[in-house]
Design a binder for this molecule. Structure first.
Ligand SMILES: Cc1cc2nc3c(=O)[nH]c(=O)nc-3n(C[C@H](O)[C@H](O)[C@H](O)COP(=O)(O)O)c2cc1C
Length: 251
C-alpha cells in the first residue's frame, strides 16, 4: 500500500514511515521530482517558481501508488474538550455536496481511530501556515503516549453541535458526524455528514463571502508541505467573457 505520508520505496520513501532516504540514480528526489542521471531540466530544491518544468517528455511507468497530489493535510480533532486528541490526515476530501459529506481515511492503529469509532464524531480543522509545524507533530506522535495538544500549547473549544472539540488556532473547523465506515485495506474510510462549519470572522468579508484566500492555507504534496500562493484563475474563468478596464463586461 502506498501513502505519500508513509511512502513505499518505489515512490521515494522507505517501508518505515517518516524516514528520509537519499535519492539514488534515477530514483525520485526528496522534492518529489524524478531526478534523471543528468539532473537536467529538474526543479531543484530551492523551489523557485522559475525552476518549475514547463515542457514534459513522454511519460514512463513509475510503479503503483497513492500519488494523487496535492492533497490537504488537515488536523482532525476528536474526543472531548476535557480529553481532546488530534491527528493529521491527508487522506481526506469532500465526497458530496447535498447533503454535505466528507471523508477521512484512518489506519486502525491510530489512537484517533478508536476515539472516532466510539464517539462517531470528529472535527476537521483546516491547516494554516502558522499551524503547519503543529500539524506535522500531530502526524508523527500519538495521543496514546502523550497529550499532544498540551505539549504544543494548542487549546480547544466546544463545538456548537458535537462533543468533539474544535482547534482554536485553526480559522475553519468543520463538524462531522460519522455516517458510514468502509474498510478499504490499510485504511478505513469514515464518511461523515458535515453538521456545522465554524469560521473566524476575519475570513468573512463585508458581503458575507467566505474568504479562504486570506487564511494562509497549506497543501501537502508527496511528503512536503506547501503554502498556497499565487492565484491563477477562478471557477469558470476560462469561459467567462473578457473584462476590460474597470471590470466592465464586454457584451
Ligand atoms: C502529513 C500527514 C498526513 C497524514 N495522513 C494520515 C491519514 O490520512 N490517515 C492516517 O491514518 N494517518 C495519517 N497520518 C499519520 C497520523 O497522523 C499519525 O499516525 C498520528 O500519530 C496519529 O495520531 P493518534 O495516534 O494520536 O491518533 C498522517 C501524518 C502526516 C504527517
Amino acid at each position: 500500500m502506498t501513502e505519500s505520508y508513509d511512502k513505499p520505496k518505489a515512490l521515494g520513501g522507505k517501508s518505515k514511515p517518516y524516514r528520509k532516504q537519499k535519492p539514488r540514480g534515477a530514483k525520485p528526489a526528496k522534492n518529489g521530482c524524478v531526478k534523471p542521471e543528468s539532473g537536467k531540466g529538474v526543479r531543484q530544491r530551492e523551489d523557485t517558481a522559475e525552476a518549475v518544468i514547463t515542457g514534459f517528455s513522454p511519460k514512463q511507468p513509475f510503479g503503483i501508488g497513492a500519488v494523487l497530489s496535492p492533497v490537504p493535510a488537515v488536523i482532525v480533532s476528536c474526543g472531548s474538550v476535557e480529553a481532546p486528541n488530534a491527528m493529521t490526515a491527508a487522506w481526506t476530501g469532500t465526497v458530496n455536496t447535498i447533503p454535505p459529506k466528507l471523508y477521512i481515511s484512518l489506519r486502525k492503529e491510530r489512537y484517533s481511530y478508536e476515539i472516532i469509532k466510539a464517539t462517531g464524531e470528529f472535527v476537521v480543522n483546516l491547516t494554516t501556515r502558522e499551524l503547519v509545524r503543529a500539524a506535522d507533530y500531530l502526524g508523527v506522535r500519538s495521543g496514546r503516549n502523550e497529550d499532544k495538544l498540551s505539549n504544543l500549547g494548542l487549546s480547544v473549544s466546544p463545538s456548537p453541535k458535537l462533543g468533539a472539540p474544535m482547534l482554536d488556532k485553526s480559522p475553519v473547523s468543520i463538524e462531522c458526524r460519522v455516517d458510514k465506515i468502509i474498510p478499504l485495506g490499510s485504511h478505513d474510510m469514515f464518511i461523515a455528514d458535515i453538521v456545522g462549519v465554524n469560521v473566524s470572522p476575519e475570513l468573512i468579508d463585508e458581503s458575507g463571502r467566505l474568504r479562504l484566500d486570506r487564511a494562509g492555507l497549506i497543501a501537502y504534496c508527496h511528503g512536503e508541505y506547501y503554502a498556497l500562493g499565487e492565484k491563477l484563475g477562478s471557477f469558470g474563468y476560462s469561459v467567462r467573457k473578457k473584462q476590460h478596464g474597470h471590470g466592465k463586461k464586454i457584451k
